[in-house]
Design a protein around this ligand. Structure first.
Ligand SMILES: [Mg+2]
Length: 352
């Protein structure tokens, strides 16, 4: 089998009725895209991906040149070829790796279809169902603490046993954010896990002050309390807090993950297969984390995330977006009212 063509299709749904934001970024539009890898045997591998700008240039430019004519089942060889090739040098992080991730994911989808097996099984097949948490609790214009509690309670009513909310926006005080967390804890009760996500808002000391204010709310994890490259701050928090620190969604490749883990800057590892180098790279990172007795909780798209979590021995939980960032392009995962995503036996990644 030979790769014949890479195709990218972008889709825009235009401006959001209700923009929302986390501590650093406001989301005002929605959209997405699809990468297709075509072969001479008629099989097509697919991946969800952004389809504009630099990514478009990388995928349709140097990556297409490197892939067309090659055997799509040799994913490791093609990964190395892309990593060492093109105009990448000396960029080992960022948009080039991000673009490679989409290609790698589409290659895995293709391999699953060629072998008539689901990718989660080909990659290890450890769990037939994976726990999912609802990621929400964003800031919005006019959104009250009561609205926030209503939102997160609705996820619990839908079956989620774990929910996540945002903190750290400079428009509110630490004290107010701590009160938001406490109000949500009271609303959802003591038995639902509550994650809090600062999206790189703070330096280590500020994050520590905040953690002290809200530790009585019993958070399940404290996500990206400090800048993505502040391993020193992350390590200080890991050392001082009883709350697990989660991080890694802004890190790339096994080498970036190695540095994060070696620095002891996180307890829960969140590299995103859609950006860190694809499913191939994510599996290597999961193996390195497993050797350190650390669990994986990938950021991002639940369709790809659940495949990764299901594949490995240290897959903890999958991110899912019931409202914000809800994917309008793909068929949803099989999330059930017991809080788990059930893995499909369909070949490939089951993305349609
Ligand atoms: Mg996050």
């Amino acid at each position: 089998m030979e790769i014949t063509e890479l195709k990218l299709t972008g889709v825009s749904f235009g401006p959001l009725e209700k923009p929302f934001w986390n501590s650093i970024k406001k989301t005002t539009t929605s959209g997405g895209g699809r990468l297709e890898i075509h072969t001479d045997e008629g099989l097509v591998g697919m991946a969800p991906t952004g389809a504009g700008g630099v990514k478009r240039a990388h995928i349709l430019g140097s990556m297409s040149k490197q892939l067309v004519g090659e055997d799509p089942l040799r994913i490791g060889y093609l990964w190395d070829k892309m990593y060492m090739g093109g105009a990448r040098k000396p960029v080992a992080k960022g948009e080039y790796i991000n673009s490679m991730s989409a290609v790698d994911i589409a290659l895995w989808d293709l391999k699953g279809k060629a072998l008539d097996q689901p990718v989660w099984k080909l990659a290890g097949g450890v769990q037939e169902r994976v726990e999912a948490y609802a990621a929400g609790g964003y800031y919005e214009e006019g959104k009250t603490v009561e609205d926030l509690c209503t939102e997160l309670t609705s996820y619990v009513e839908a079956g989620f046993r774990a929910v996540k909310m945002k903190i750290g926006w400079p428009g509110v005080t630490l004290r107010h954010d701590a009160e938001r967390v406490q109000s949500v804890r009271e609303a959802i009760g003591p038995d639902i896990e509550l994650m809090i996500d600062a999206n790189n808002a703070w330096d280590g000391r500020t994050a520590l002050r905040f953690a002290r204010m809200m530790e009585s709310s019993d958070p399940y994890w404290f996500e990206e309390p400090v800048r993505a490259d502040d391993f020193r701050g992350g390590a200080m928090l890991v050392e001082k807090l009883d709350i697990p620190v989660a991080s890694g969604e802004n890190e790339f490749t096994r080498w970036g993950a190695r540095d994060l883990i070696d620095a002891k800057a996180a307890d829960i590892i969140q590299l995103d297969p859609n950006t860190c180098g694809g499913i191939s790279e994510w599996l290597k990172i999961a193996a390195f984390a497993s050797a350190h007795h650390l669990k994986m909780a990938p950021h991002g798209n639940p369709n790809i995330g659940s495949t990764c979590v299901a594949a490995v021995d240290n897959g903890l939980i999958t991110e899912n977006y019931p409202t914000a960032f809800k994917n309008k392009l793909m068929l949803p995962v099989d999330f059930r009212s017991d809080g788990f995503i059930y893995m499909s036996d369909a070949p490939g990644l089951s993305i349609e």
